[in-house]
Design a protein around this ligand. Structure first.
Ligand code: GLA
Length: 726
């Protein structure tokens, strides 16, 4: 049993193969957090200390017990107004404007299997995989409000998930002003917080800082998970590194606004939370209504960041991604964006396709610019009819011709958007999210469609369905190219719901497409990696990682991304030089080494390549086909950090029989000292052969002392070592 309840102490124990999570419904009816860490026997109730603390409120039910304060005790679901002045998960207001509601434990249920969530993505258990669900109900009698805390335990994955459902059964209309899903309270410890910040074209940069007193938060107020902060955070002991030390992760399975907070409070206790963004959120619940807090995937490692990463990689690959492409190899694509932008016609597309085929590419992806009036990025979003004059034929016919060259066909769409200059806007101006009598905020000269409206979702489904059923389009690149600013729905009874309902609306359309067209691969995209989150991965098993294709910048983007997300979900393409984002010139080999990371492809005009480059690309594609299983299914190791004199990363097959070590030396210097790379994860006591040279290495010496990199002859040189166990 991975979930047990001890009646005499009120302690719940959630166990995975290597971790234990404990909480206690105590004699006053509060649900206190006891422990999340390395697997243990017995009960960690000594974690609780009861000290009379000045200015920390005591619940009335504790009577004269002044040592009992929720301000100082670790909690599972802290609510505003209970005398706990730390960051709450729940803030609510009743119709009189009164804040707060004391919640008391009312019961629990344990179920076999992993819960799912209405309308929201969530981790699922595979057939035959062990999983259990615990539901703890907390209640407030005054409002007749219930809060169900959902815990999913996947023992073999070392993962515990959390979600929450708040339900109003009272007569009063209440408004939820803040809804967090998960909280981890630590009674002591000195921690660092690891977060991933960025911007358009430089997403998920690693940041690590020591906690100081106060609350630090990373969040997105943009209605999307965002380029700026990723909804994945790690709390780690000060001395935790890749291969040793304790660390805890929280990953939000949600693609809208979020907030993660880490607070070091007055008694040097630490609270970590994850939940919905509070701004522009005021969710009304009438009698009988409920709202579900998106899922948080939690994991703990006592063996450093590397193990935590492996846990997250496995859960995303095996229990979040779904459909045919969860396991099927993804096509190697040639994407037309950086190759042609919007300057093409049907003839050019076919020339590019033919050339791409000769290089060994599997699929041509026609990016932006293929539909009516879309010759620049200022108009036409919403009108999803092909520009037949530009293409020289219908979309279906173009796809047929691409197919007849032996290539699959993929297409770019940006369904959630509407341009003011579009037929759709002229027909349905009220479908755009624009606040009446306010001038809308533009982004890339476009507006958002109101995804909370059924008729909008029906329209989009019909458009996409039309494309997919009238042409053999086997891949959609689903883009989203601006942050949400003006939040307004003409049909909502309350504007405070719209942002949340928008995301549910998006998920509904994605789910319908997935169900109706199970063979179609959807690649997520939001100006690159602006919605690179586990919520999207449930519907789109790969995501365009960044609009930045520069090899050097990509290394740091891939590095940050790797902490929470596996290589297979990350799309990376080799582009031309000078690079279109940075102007940098890097060797073709380096561009390949960096891009051969996950869902691989090219983003350049093959007609402009020299013969030598063509040959190089053809052999890269051959090589990628040989390596890709190892890349997409192997264990990933960060050998060191971008910023060091060299950057190295490694993939090792799950059985340890093969390894691929990549390294790039960003800057060459005169008379450089030798650089030694130390691979990890090889089978101890084994011998490994370098596939290229035949040289045999003893695994322990190699992992201990490393092998020398060939000294570079210029900047940005890459080298690869492919090993197989002898
Ligand atoms: C976004 C995407 C790009 C490309 C353009 C097209 O920026 O991230 O890859 O598709 O839109 O407009």
């Amino acid at each position: 049993m991975s979930i047990t309840y001890d009646k005499s102490s009120g302690i719940f124990t959630l166990s995975t193969n290597n971790t234990t999570y404990q909480m206690q419904a105590d004699s006053y009816g509060y649900l206190l957090h006891l422990y999340y860490g390395r697997k243990t026997r017995g009960f960690a109730d000594w974690e609780l200390t009861f000290i009379d603390r000045g200015f920390s409120g005591c619940p009335y039910d504790a009577g004269h017990n002044r040592g009992y304060s929720l301000d100082a005790l670790p909690q599972e679901f802290p609510v505003q107004g209970t005398g706990d002045y730390r960051t709450p998960l729940l803030i609510l207001r009743d119709s009189e404007g009164t804040y707060g509601a004391d919640l008391h434990y009312s019961g629990y249920e344990i179920h076999e299997g992993k819960y799912s969530l209405p309308g929201l993505p969530a981790v699922y258990a595979n057939d035959g995989e062990e999983a259990q669900t615990l539901i703890i109900t907390l209640k407030n009698d005054r409002l007749n409000l219930s809060v169900k805390l959902l815990y999913g335990v996947l023992p073999e994955k070392d993962v515990i998930t959390r979600s929450v459902i708040v339900r109003n059964d009272g007569q009063d209309k209440i408004t939820i002003l803040r809804l967090g899903t998960a909280c981890l309270d630590f009674t002591h410890g000195k921690f660092d917080l690891i977060t991933f910040h960025g911007r358009h074209t430089l997403e998920r940069q690693f940041d690590r800082q020591s906690m100081t007193h106060g609350t630090f938060s990373v969040s997105s107020r943009r209605g999307m998970s965002s380029h700026q902060y990723n909804p994945f955070v790690i709390l780690a002991d000060h001395d935790t590194a890749e291969t040793h030390g304790r660390c805890w992760g929280m990953q939000f399975v949600y693609s809208g606004g979020f907030e993660a907070t880490a607070e070091l409070e007055q008694f040097d206790q630490t609270r970590l939370t994850m939940g919905l963004a509070q701004e522009k959120f005021a969710y009304p619940l009438k009698t009988g209504e409920e709202i579900c807090g998106p899922e948080v995937i939690m994991s703990f490692s006592s063996e450093g960041l590397e193990k935590l990463t492996h846990n997250y990689h496995r859960i995303i690959r095996e229990n979040v991604c779904r459909g045919k492409y969860k396991t099927a190899q993804r096509p190697i694509v040639l994407n037309t964006w950086e190759a042609l932008y919007m300057n093409f016609d049907g003839k050019k597309i076919l020339e590019v396709a033919e050339c791409a085929k000769s290089l060994g590419v599997d699929m041509l992806v026609l990016d932006d610019g293929w539909f009516m009036n879309r010759n620049d990025d200022n108009r036409a979003l919403g009108d999803w009819q092909a520009d037949e004059a530009k293409l020289g034929c219908t979309l279906g016919e173009l796809v047929k011709q691409v197919n007849s060259l032996g290539l699959k066909f993929g297409l770019w769409v940006e369904p959630e958007m509407i341009s003011e200059d579009s037929e759709l806007f002229r027909r349905h101006p009220d479908w755009a999210m624009v606040i009446p009598h306010e001038k809308p905020v533009l982004g890339r000269n476009q507006l958002l469609l109101d995804m909370s409206r059924r008729e909008v979702r029906e329209y989009l489904y019909a458009c996409l369905s039309d494309i997919l059923s009238s042409s053999n389009t086997e891949y959609l690149k689903w883009d989203f190219n601006r942050s949400i600013a003006s939040v307004y729905s003409h049909t909502a009874d309350n504007q405070g719901k719209v942002l949340y309902d928008y995301v549910l609306g998006l998920y509904e359309v994605l789910e319908r497409i997935n169900v109706s067209y199970p063979d179609v691969l959807i690649e997520g995209c939001a100006g690159g990696g602006g919605r690179f989150d586990a919520g999207m991965m449930y519907y789109t098993p790969q995501i365009w990682c960044s609009d930045n294709t520069d090899a050097l910048d990509r290394m740091s983007i891939h590095y940050g991304t790797s902490f929470g997300y596996p290589a297979g979900v990350l799309a990376a393409h080799v582009s031309t030089c000078p690079n279109h984002q940075t102007g940098r010139i890097t060797p073709m080999k380096t561009r390949y080494t960096v891009s051969s990371y996950g869902a691989f492809g090219y983003e350049l005009n093959p007609l402009k390549l020299t013969d030598e480059e063509r040959q190089e690309i053809a052999s890269q594609i051959e090589q990628y086909r040989k390596d890709r299983e190892l890349i997409t299914e192997g264990l990933y190791y960060r050998i060191n950090n971008p910023g060091d004199p060299y950057v190295a990363w490694e993939f090792v097959s799950p059985d340890g029989s093969k390894a691929l070590v990549n390294a790039v030396i960003p800057t060459n210097h005169g008379n450089m000292p030798e650089i030694y790379i130390t691979p990890r994860g090889l089978t101890p006591g084994a011998l490994y052969r370098d596939i290229l040279t035949g040289k045999v290495y003893p695994s322990d010496a190699l992992m201990d002392s490393g092998y020398p990199l060939p000294l570079p002859k210029g900047d940005y040189e890459a080298s690869t070592l492919r090993l197989e166990r002898v």
